[in-house]
Design a protein around this ligand. Sequence first.
Ligand SMILES: CC(C)(COP(=O)(O)OP(=O)(O)OC[C@H]1O[C@@H](n2cnc3c(N)ncnc32)[C@H](O)[C@@H]1OP(=O)(O)O)[C@@H](O)C(=O)NCCC(=O)NCCS
Length: 181
Amino acid sequence: MSSETAQSLPAFVIRRGTPADAAALAEFGARTFRETFAADNTAEDMEKHLASAWSPSLQDAELRDPRLDTLLAVDSGGALAGFAQLRDEYAPACVPTRKPVELKRFYVDRPWQGRGLARELMAEVERAARRRGARELWLGVWERNERAQAFYRKCGFERVGTQIFVVGDDPQTDHVMLRKL
Ligand SMILES: CC(C)(COP(=O)(O)OP(=O)(O)OC[C@H]1O[C@@H](n2cnc3c(N)ncnc32)[C@H](O)[C@@H]1OP(=O)(O)O)[C@@H](O)C(=O)NCCC(=O)NCCS
């Protein structure tokens, strides 16, 4: 799981997260969420959401949870460049599946966007979902997050419905997207 530069040095590797990654993942997840969505949310909603979703103890629990897979893209200096989390648990009514696997989070740091890392991370996500026995993969993406929707369409996802995702006290509409594996 690596990407080679012209000099054949690995630019990044994708590996499974472990509890030792909890603090770095909490910092990275909160920062990338803030960078992506702060401009379109109130400071109060943003802080409330971040406090509910990102802390070393929360990510430690996620990294130990057998229902979750956490995949980390790590650069040549050991810093996080992106991550993905799959959850084997639940699907909304608009997703017809006998084995619901959700792409719960998918984030690539700004310097790495548009450089192919997201595609490689998605390929690992698909492999992890198949290992869980999934035939489909679904996700929710904010209706206003057009870059992510464009990326997911490139990866074969299609919109099948909507669901509500609450950021702080703000109920937001997500597009539910689905693809066959
Ligand atoms: C979503 C994300 C993983 C996609 O990775 P990426 O490396 O940026 O993806 P790509 O550049 O390969 O693809 C994005 C596509 O959207 C297009 N795009 C860029 N800005 C856009 C915009 N404002 N509106 C519509 N399309 C846009 C790009 O041109 C590109 O399409 P192209 O390859 O046909 O030119 C990454 O941008 C990211 O992590 N964003 C912040 C976090 C986030 O939103 N995560 C998803 C939460 S559901």
